[in-house]
Design a binder for this molecule. Structure first.
Ligand SMILES: C[S@@+](CC[C@H](N)C(=O)[O-])C[C@H]1O[C@@H](n2cnc3c(N)ncnc32)[C@H](O)[C@@H]1O
Length: 303
């Protein structure tokens, strides 16, 4: 069964909207943010982009609502924004929103094999039609010790990475790990239950694999290094992240792009940062939507 996706920080997103013009929702997902933006301001047009060809938000274009006329959707990665839009269109962009990670809808689909709470084949690709990507099962069953350790350490910050990988290499000599349940149980048998209640010992491994399968940090880095400089002056960039690895990349990029001086040299800054500290969900929002608890939004303007 599909779970609905509740968009996070909606009021905060709306408070940064331009008075008119083109908004790019680079992570369309269920279309929650796009719909809120379209309903909020009739002078705004939205282009929604998603790597997942099945992103349900694309249906906004078919709704019999007056605002659906102002919505279009494109299949692709936000990291390829300059190639996805015509040059004239790129120059009109007033705001880009990224709301990173998986939607609740994707997490609840067993055939995607993303979450350990959903039995299913270990796949984890945003775009299951993309045969160039390895699935999580491919990585688990074929990657080298070195690569597996790197994935668990870098993307999961998993302290028990070496232990997990050593046991996994032994295990896979006889049995491949094919399903979310097999991986979850394999790790649960290996690691003691963590002290924090409610956190499963496989949480970090699953996070690391999701990031590795989809090259998530690479996509975000490409956006920060190549797309941000290509955006027109005056464009607002809003990024909502859900874990420290992503937030760190955004924070560093914001800092580097807003420097006025480095090593005694005067620089021409590319961004003005509007959020010294990240914006977080209010207690009321966290009570209504637990996923918003870890959301951090950073906003900057291209100058
Ligand atoms: C958290 S959800 C967005 C939810 C959306 N804001 C809403 O209100 O329904 C993130 C979405 O981004 C998509 N996504 C992840 N990486 C992407 C990328 N590099 N380019 C485009 N979409 C991506 C995922 O497929 C997912 O649908």
């Amino acid at each position: 069964m599909q779970s609905a996706h509740i968009p996070v920080l909606v009021n905060e997103v709306l408070s940064f909207l331009p008075s008119q013009g083109l908004v790019v929702d680079g992570t369309l997902g269920g279309g929650g943010h796009s719909q809120a933006i379209l309903e909020h301001n009739s002078a705004i047009r939205v282009i929604g982009i998603d790597r997942d060809p099945k992103a349900p938000g694309q249906e906004l274009a078919q709704k019999s609502e007056p605002w659906s006329q102002r919505f279009n959707w494109l299949h692709g990665s936000y990291a390829d924004l300059p190639a996805l839009l015509a040059e004239a269109e790129l120059n009109q962009v007033k705001l880009v929103l990224l709301d990173l990670g998986f939607s609740s809808i994707q997490l609840s689909e067993p055939d995607r094999g993303i979450a350990f709470s959903q039995p299913g084949l270990l796949d984890m690709r945003y775009d299951q039609s993309d045969l160039s990507l390895r699935t999580a099962a491919d990585i688990i069953n074929t990657a080298s010790r070195h690569e597996l350790e790197r994935i668990l350490i870098e993307y999961g910050e998993e302290r028990q990475a070496k232990k997990i990988v050593s046991h996994l290499l032994e295990h896979r000599k006889k049995n491949n790990v094919r399903t979310t349940t097999q991986l979850k149980e394999f790790i649960a048998e290996l690691l003691p239950a963590p002290k924090r209640k409610g956190i499963h010992p496989a949480t970090k491994t699953f996070q690391a694999l999701r990031i590795a399968v989809n090259n998530e940090l690479g996509e975000l880095s490409t956006f920060l290094h190549h797309v941000v400089p290509a955006l027109p002056k005056g464009a607002t960039i809003m990024i909502i992240s859900f874990h420290s690895l992503e937030d760190r990349l955004v924070k560093q990029a914001w800092r580097n792009y807003s420097l006025l001086q480095k090593d005694g040299e005067t620089l021409e800054p590319l961004l003005k940062v509007l959020t010294k500290k990240p914006i977080k969900a209010t207690e009321t929002e966290v009570r209504a939507n637990i996923r918003s608890r870890s959301a951090k939004m950073r906003v900057a303007v291209r100058i």
